[in-house]
Ligand binder design. Sequence first.
Ligand code: TIU
Length: 229
Amino acid sequence: MSPITVSAEPSAFPLIPGQTALIVIDMQRDFLLPGGFGESLGNDVGQLLKVVPPLAALIAAARDAGILVIHTREGHLPDLSDCPPAKLNRGAPSRRIGDPGKYGRILIRGEYGHDIVDELSPVEGEVVIDKPGKGAFYATELQDVLTAAGVTQLLVTGVTTEVCVHTTTREANDRGYECLVVSDCVGSYFPEFQRVGLDMIKAQGGIFGWVADSTAVIPALHTLALSAA
Ligand code: TIU
């Protein structure tokens, strides 16, 4: 089957049937919910919550098209043995990884706050990658999952744009994947980082990826679903 092109910046993005996956980065309660870890650090979680409706629509279109959906969660083992001191000791001393929070121990695997928001829950057959770092390739099985599935094209979504989305996109680009970052399906606590973060990806002829809105990607997924039917 020939590629379906998505209108994107800086150029059209080839969405190749059988070789495309959607990655949903860290849409966790700890980052998104009022009263959670993100908000306790002084962040405006509304900036992230607005990503949920378009991302839910994009995930639904990806499921219809039969493309692989991969979710990631940032977090650590309960004994924190996978959390470097450099990460643990950073940030507000009152709220550190592993401390008790409104939704359980902060960013600890198995806690309520560590899991994905209800609206975007993975369904059976989808891959969930637990990652200790910002990038989804570091110390995870992601590369093996993508290789086994024959994936070369990634639709990248989730939070936050300039942290885990950027790190993962850069890691993927260096590993030879073509990445389309879906602009309204990624979010930052900081509006200026959102804008500049997206600009940085597509600058210099697409220095480490492409950028398009979900209104450009969803019709392409619908075309893919029809061609697969
Ligand atoms: N997922 C992710 O981006 N983790 C962060 O810690 N992001 C912040 O912006 N803090």
